[in-house]
Design a protein around this ligand. Sequence first.
Ligand code: GLA
Length: 387
Amino acid sequence: MDTNRLFEHFFSLYGKPEDKPRVFFAPGRVNLIGEHTDYNGGYVLPCAIQYGTYLLIRPVSAGFVSFASTNFENQYKIAIKDLSVKVNGAWVNYPLGVIDQFRQMNIEVAGYEMLYSGDIPNGAGLSSSASIEMVTAFALKSLLNVSDLSMLDLVKLSQRAENQFIGVSCGIMDQFAVGMGAKDHALFLNCETLEYETIPVLLTGYSLIIANTNKARGLSGSKYNERVAECQQALADLHPLIPASNLGEIGFMKFFKIQDQIVDERIRRRARHVISENQRVLNAVSSLKRGDLGQFGALMNASHESLRDNYEVTGFELDTLVEEAWKINGVTGARMTGAGFGGCTVNLVRKEAVNGFIEKVGAAYFEKTGIRATFYIAEVSDGVKEI
Ligand code: GLA
């Protein structure tokens, strides 16, 4: 990203080039394995990637905050007193949700001029929203000098912004990965205790390829919240036999014995996914530590099958992109990543097979769906920072 062009853009909007804004950057994330486990108190293994959101921000003495983005046309100039009012269907609700959280903690924001610029494809399941939230939270903390807010506090308040202001009952994985990301490391996080370990992602001989179905994925008010509710239903059904406070607490062997307690077959499959996926994360971490990428890839494949058959969050485009990937020699693992219902897949591909992979999978996917997929080589990167 050329920050000089961002400065020019900023000054063309707000003037006063002698008064330079501060520049912050928050990455997006790709989840390697552990899907739909976070809001069930389970394990996840995401990492931050090189794509993300820049924020140029400058305090102004006027009583309003100006929001602009290089990605969206609409600009907003909102009086400080109106900052907690949601704007209809607009990108600006992500920063507003974060500002609202600061205000709920009685931290009053001042006037600002802001310019956002992101290179994460929108709606691709790579956490463009968590990236906008975290870059806003980190910048506000820095500008307001609130030293007693830790990175984990920023992660939690950004998640609350998404839950309360946007209305998506998401877990903590995305904001956590964007905040805590570490170069060349995945984050092995227990979403119940928030204990975590950074695990080196040593991809000797392999590349991590993100493939975008380019089928837009709507999260808000969608099937996502339905899945959250289904997991709660499973927990309630199991409660007489096992009074767990979330599905992540239940081991797979135990679940196997008591699963018939869940009357509805569909709800039983939802729980089966969460509980088996949790075990897959643990196995994946051991294989990564052993450098056994073959085993890691097999777990990715099993994760996709479970998301497809048990959790039913894949759909034709994601399944096609993954199934075409599985056919290619040199692909060790492929699965959907993120919430599903469209968005991206993540693929572990031998370096010498990458070009062929992109060409063949792209062509077959286009033939079957009529959509062109886009491919990115992921670089595992650091979390949010000031530039
Ligand atoms: C979205 C949510 C996350 C997580 C994933 C699925 O990205 O924001 O909290 O639930 O879906 O694993």
